[in-house]
Design a protein around this ligand. Structure first.
Ligand code: PHE
Length: 329
């Protein structure tokens, strides 16, 4: 019996060393000190001990009980103190953890703004594929196979007859072939040119094409629409001008310039879009009678438009995806 008591004490001490929280301490209490615990059971078996040994065993048992109970109390005290100490260090005034939220790329924002302005002017939005036929990209738009104007746009050819579109104007051809006038739509999308990459040009950029075909569409309406757009987009006091120009698919053709005035530097005119009256040959190519219908078209670069509005000096930065740049917008 004395041996059993010594063994229990040793086991208890070993188990106590492993305790590091209040719930494992509770397990320890149940194992040794509860009504069915080891210590209580030893007291139970005291009745079977021969009379003459009883005082000695009883004494040893009492010692065990005092030992285990006081160690238990000590440990409980210590753990409770630890708990309240960590509660004291919970600083509720610390700022919360912020989750960063993504935002739209500046090009998408610019495109959304352009779309919204033209929607307000009665244009719908129409899209076409980036891989185009030579016919839609050039031939139907009045670029003859050996037309020198093809040199204006350095083309990525995929096969002899298919290419990555060099402008959004082929979507005009698709729209006019699919639907009959009156037509009024803008056509946003990516375009590709095999150009040397520099601060001013990139192999890929975005354009927004505009087309309006109906009876009696005039150049004055074209100008009116583009001026209304420029005022909404760049501001009411925007300085603009139209210059005569050339495109194979419009006649007459013009380019619109906007005055660019960086702070503290000398300003200059920047070309923002090309436009003109749809060439009768183009209307004929898509099966629209040029005697009955007229139309205007325009096309602008989204990168250039964003760069002008937000004072961005290098087109490449729009494709770098550098967070330091993107988070400014
Ligand atoms: N497609 C022409 C370009 O990429 C722009 C343009 C579109 C000009 C429509 C006139 C009419 O340069």
């Amino acid at each position: 019996m004395i041996n059993k008591i010594d063994e229990t004490r040793k086991n208890f001490d070993d188990d106590l060393l492993k305790i590091n929280n209040l719930s494992s301490l509770e397990d320890l209490r149940i194992k040794y000190l509860s009504r069915k615990g080891t210590v209580s059971q030893l007291f139970e078996s005291l009745k079977d001990v021969p009379k003459e040994e009883k005082p000695k065993v009883g004494q040893a048992l009492n010692k065990l009980k005092i030992h285990t109970q006081s160690k238990f109390d000590e440990m409980q005290e210590k753990l409770k103190e630890n708990n309240s100490a960590s509660e004291k260090f919970l600083d509720l005034s610390l700022p919360g953890r912020l989750h960063t939220i993504g935002s739209k790329h500046i090009l998408t924002q610019t495109l959304d703004e352009i779309k919204n302005i033209f929607r307000g002017l009665g244009f719908s939005v129409h899209e076409g594929p980036e891989l185009e036929s030579d016919y839609n990209n050039f031939e139907a738009l009045n670029f003859a196979p050996d037309h020198p104007a093809r040199d204006m746009q350095d083309t990525f050819f995929v096969t002899e007859k298919f290419l990555l579109r060099t402008h959004t104007s082929p979507v005009q051809v698709r729209l006019m072939t699919e639907k009959k006038p009156p037509l009024r739509a803008i056509m946003p999308g990516k375009v590709f040119r095999n150009e040397a990459i520099s601060a001013k040009s990139y192999c890929l950029f975005h354009q927004v094409e505009g087309l309006y075909v109906d009876t009696d569409v005039t150049f004055a309406e074209l100008k009116g629409t583009l001026v209304a757009f420029a005022k909404q987009f760049y501001g009411q006091d925007v300085k603009y001008r139209f210059r005569a120009s050339f495109f194979p698919f419009t006649e007459p053709s013009a380019e619109m310039d906007v005055w660019w005035q960086p702070k503290g530097k000398s300003g200059r005119w920047l070309e923002v879009l090309g436009c003109g009256m749809v060439d009768p040959n183009v209307l004929r190519n898509v099966g629209i009678d040029p005697e009955k219908y007229t139309g205007y078209a325009f096309g602008m670069g989204v990168e250039r438009t964003a760069m002008l509005k937000y004072g961005i000096g290098d087109i490449r930065i729009l494709f770098d995806n550098d967070k330091r740049f993107l988070t400014q917008f």
